[in-house]
Design a protein around this ligand. Structure first.
Ligand code: G
Ligand code: G
Ligand code: NA
Length: 253
């Protein structure tokens, strides 16, 4: 398609940029890690969010160099932050096709080595729906990544199919509570009960639990009171370019 050709050109010209959104400790506010979120700095159409171009490429071969670019950018950023004393991790998002790629663990291992980073510096976020396409192969790939020491986060938890089956069968280290549940915690007793149950479930399994889409102080205090370990959302910080993170961090102290 036109879009794929244009994206290929943009990738070559360095127009695909990665923004980073903080994940903070719910109790102390400490910065624990960031999530890498790709954007396209388009020459005429402005900054495009991933929803505007990822769907068109995720089932084309172009997704391979695009992912490699996101991984390389994210690891280079974390390398820089760590060199300057910020001991944080970075999470990358992967599409269904990517998590079923047998080559992914080797690719990630090489990228970590290139940047001189321990595998603990990286978290892979996968959505429940991305696990449906090729379950057996996906299990193998994610198992291998986990053996290497890479963190494994279940994104948009509760919105897909077989959430419990995934928790049983995959070596998950973190659950991310979907924004749609989080937004309701303040004024819906049902949403609050669901969120509390997800938090308890995570604790019972010894997993980190991140609430995404935290936009208000009320929401933050409800989640913290429920024992949520990590928060992410516009209340804490919007996704930002790598070079703004340290400034944001300094302003929190
Ligand atoms: O960046 P934004 O906040 O608009 O993200 C929208 C969606 O795009 C999110 O669900 C996120 O998981 C996804 N996304 C962002 N960056 C990447 C990426 O580099 N790879 C993949 N596969 N998905 C991404
Ligand atoms: O599905 P995933 O968790 O990867 O989605 C991240 C998406 O959510 C990105 O589009 C990001 O910009 C967006 N996002 C992050 N924090 C907030 C928030 O507090 N409110 C809203 N509405 N969107 C958010
Ligand atoms: Na995500």
């Amino acid at each position: 398609s036109v879009l794929v050709g244009e994206l290929q050109r943009g990738l070559g010209k360095g127009e695909l940029v990665v923004f980073y959104q903080p994940k903070v400790d719910a109790l102390t506010g400490a910065l624990i890690g960031v999530e890498a979120l790709v954007r396209w700095q388009h020459p005429t159409r402005g900054l495009l969010p991933p929803g505007r171009f990822l769907p068109a490429v995720e089932n084309t071969p172009l997704v391979v160099p695009l992912t490699a670019h996101v991984i390389d950018s994210a690891l280079a950023a974390v390398r820089g932050w760590r060199d300057r004393g910020l001991a944080i991790s970075v999470a990358i998002n992967l599409t269904a096709r990517q998590v079923a790629s047998e080559d992914l663990p080797r690719q990630i291992e090489a990228a970590l080595a290139l940047h001189g980073l321990p595998s603990q510096a990286l978290v892979v976020e996968v959505t429940e729906s991305s696990l449906m396409a090729n379950p057996a192969q996906t299990r193998t790939v994610l198992g291998r990544l986990r053996e290497m020491g890479v963190g494994l986060s279940m994104d948009d938890f509760g919105t897909g199919y077989s959430s419990f089956t995934h928790l049983r069968d995959l070596p998950v280290t973190e659950i991310k509570i979907d924004q749609s549940f989080v937004a309701g915690t303040v004024d819906s007793v049902r949403s609050a009960a669901l969120v509390k149950s997800i938090i308890d479930l995570a604790h019972n399994l010894g997993l980190n639990v991140v609430a995404e889409g935290v936009e208000t102080t009320e929401c933050r205090s409800v989640l913290t009171g429920m024992g949520c370990t990590m928060l992410q959302g516009y209340l804490l910080a919007r996704p930002m370019p790598a070079d703004q993170l340290e400034q944001w961090y300094a302003a929190q102290l």
